[in-house]
Design a binder for this molecule. Structure first.
Ligand SMILES: Nc1ncnc2c1ncn2[C@@H]1O[C@H](COP(=O)(O)OP(=O)(O)OP(=O)(O)O)[C@@H](O)[C@H]1O
Ligand SMILES: [Mg+2]
Length: 211
């Protein structure tokens, strides 16, 4: 297995934007190249986190308060970080996250209008100083993302209204403005192969500078 400096890379974007497609392709590419690499989805990635995921996405839980929702995301995230992410990074491996803390800032902060300050406070307890080396935002217009979700049954958050989703997408773009160096922003309307090449190019640069 190739040794490397540890790398934490998160993928972000609204539902149906194309995140999972890109992070799965990157995961397989890095595996093929012989890297120690892990891919976790959020919320989830551990037994306990997957149970929290079920509560969060259950359409029976429409009455969940915004703060409960935010705390559950961070509970799931803390378990994932503690149990899986930090140990892998300590071994010098690469961790890919299909969603991370920017999702909570975009959805619960900008989308649900929870004060960003309170989210940052909880983040400090739940994840401390863990920050991605790179965050790939697949920025996709609502209409495009929705056509990609047509055939599936929507979970609790996917069933939210268009205003919420628009605020979330705009929220992501504001997060980019606050910390542009951490983000690679992709135009989600581009084809899967075009996006894949942009992702791989950026990762190649990261891996070169890290080794
Ligand atoms: N760039 C693209 N162009 C066209 N179709 C795409 C593109 N990327 C992904 N798709 C298709 O759109 C659908 C949703 O993609 P994907 O599951 O990657 O989105 P996602 O952002 O992970 O969604 P969710 O947040 O709901 O998990 C899939 O059927 C996928 O094949
Ligand atoms: Mg996905």
């Amino acid at each position: 297995m190739k040794t490397n400096q540890p790398l934490l890379i998160s993928f972000e974007g609204i539902d149906g934007s194309g995140k999972s497609t890109q992070c799965k392709m990157l995961y397989h590419e890095l595996l093929d190249r012989g890297y120690g690499v892990h891919l976790f989805r959020e919320p989830g990635g551990t037994l306990i986190s997957e149970k929290i995921r079920d509560i969060l996405l259950d359409r029976e839980n429409m009455g969940m308060s915004p703060v409960t929702e935010m705390l559950l995301y961070f509970a799931s995230r803390n378990q994932l970080i503690t149990e899986k992410v930090l140990p892998a990074l300590e071994r010098g491996e690469i961790v890919l996250l299909d969603r991370f803390v920017d999702s909570t800032l975009a959805y619960q902060g900008y989308g649900r209008d929870l004060p960003l300050e309170s989210i940052h406070k909880v983040a400090e307890v739940a994840i401390g100083s863990v920050t991605p080396d790179l965050t790939i935002l697949v920025d996709t217009p609502l209409e495009t993302a929705e056509t990609r979700m047509d055939s599936r049954e929507l979970d609790r958050l996917e069933a939210e209204n268009a205003d919420f989703k628009q605020r979330t997408r705009n929220g992501y773009l504001q997060l980019v403005e606050q910390d542009p160096a951490r983000f690679l922003v992709l135009d989600g309307r581009s084809g899967i192969e075009v996006l894949k090449e942009e992702v791989f190019n950026r990762i190649d640069i990261l891996l070169e500078t890290e080794s």
